[in-house]
Write a protein that binds this ligand. Structure first.
Ligand SMILES: Cc1ncc(COP(=O)(O)O)c(C=O)c1O
Length: 364
């Protein structure tokens, strides 16, 4: 086969271990997965209720326009319906953007460590990539500006950043956008937007009128608790959305997925409650890390990146044996740390006990 040469340097995405797999491997009765930043509280009760009796014309192709969901989202964000692009998760939107703008003649700027799909897709398209290291876990947007050249097509900004959880202040985003040439697409990936509690944070969709070269990515996979339905969306200027739509597959979202997303959108109280509960448990992590003298990055998300004694793979394995699946920082570009999704109160209590055991084991 005459594969793109770059594929020989790449690996397929390796999903984390499932709870069933871990239960079997370690003979555990209870296993808690805190590895993929899913919502421990599930999804809105109205969605669960709907799914109990859901009957739809599944033999018919989905509405490729996602009309009902589109109308609701446009109203919620006060944008034109033509400003929205749906993807099979924001993962697919990242790949649509990359396919539409990147090739071997262009350049793209990516934070590191950050969400790996930006670099993964850019490599497949053969783009020239500049990776900008975080500074103390934060994007330094001046470094991004310095990296711009005449071939730069996309700048990726992950806000808050995965895996550090750090938030770029809105004022810095605005100052940055003022300096970015308007022919460069700035992607603001805001998968964890609903978890942000910083009162100074502004909704970047409101910046669109001033900066039509931005594209804001959001998802139903995190706070909305609908990861398995694969619904992500981008909000941008209609002109940009039109070009991206040329690359999108016609029926990339399914009927059930868009229906439950539009039901979920009605339940603001569920999202507000999840944000509140998440913040309470996030504070417990903070207090624990500070009491134990271990470093933890400031997080505005539903996960935390915490320092571990010794090797991160070994620490993850230890926590796995206690029934907690977390992500080793070795795989995320943050050796010496593990990324832990913030669970419910009970799950956090258990995880912190297991973490304490790990520290004791290592003499800390
Ligand atoms: C920063 C970021 N962007 C995008 C995604 C992809 O989300 P989805 O494809 O489920 O919408 C994730 C998932 O973990 C993420 O952390």
């Amino acid at each position: 086969m005459q594969w793109k040469q770059v594929l020989s340097t790449m690996k397929p995405y390796k999903p984390g271990r499932s709870t069933d797999e871990v239960k079997k491997a370690y003979g555990l009765e209870n296993v808690v997965k805190l590895a993929s930043n899913e919502n421990p509280y599930g999804c809105a009760p109205s969605v669960t209720e709907f799914l109990r009796n859901a009957s739809m014309p599944f033999e018919i192709y989905p509405d490729g326009h996602g009309t009902t969901l589109r109308t609701k989202l446009a109203k919620k964000h006060r944008v034109d319906e033509a400003s929205i692009l749906f993807g099979n998760g924001s993962d697919e939107i990242i790949s649509i953007i990359s396919r539409a703008l990147l090739d071997e003649h262009v350049h793209t700027i990516i934070p590191t460590p950050s969400f790996p799909q930006y670099a993964h897709n850019a490599k497949i398209e053969g783009a020239d990539i500049t990776e900008i290291p975080l500074r103390n876990g934060y994007h330094d947007l001046n470094d991004f500006l310095d990296a711009i050249n005449e071939r730069t097509a996309i700048i990726w900004v992950c806000n808050p950043n995965n895996p550090t959880g750090s938030l770029i202040p809105s004022s810095e985003i605005v100052q940055f956008l003022e300096k970015v040439p308007e022919n460069i697409l700035v992607v603001l990936d805001e998968a964890y937007f609903e978890y942000v509690t910083d009162p100074n944070h502004i909704d970047s969709i409101t910046l669109l009128e001033r900066f039509p070269n931005i594209l804001v990515l959001r998802t139903f996979s995190k706070a909305y608790g609908l990861a398995s339905f694969r619904i992500g969306y981008a909000v941008g200027s209609p002109a940009i959305i039109t070009d991206l739509n040329k690359v999108r597959n016609p029926f990339n979202n399914n009927t059930l997925g868009v229906t439950v997303a539009s039901i979920a959108l009605e339940d603001n109280a569920f999202i507000e409650n999840c944000q509140k509960l998440n913040e309470i448990q996030r504070e417990r992590f903070k207090a624990f890390a500070s009491e134990k003298g271990i470093h933890m990055f400031d997080s505005e998300t539903n996960f935390v990146l915490v320092e571990v004694p010794g090797d991160a793979d070994e620490a993850s394995e230890f926590l796995l044996q206690q029934g907690y699946i977390v992500r080793s920082g070795n795989a995320l570009g943050t050796p010496g740390y593990v990324r832990v999704t913030i669970g419910s109160e009970e799950q956090t209590t258990g995880l912190l006990q297991a973490f304490n055991l790990l520290l004791t084991e290592k003499g800390r």
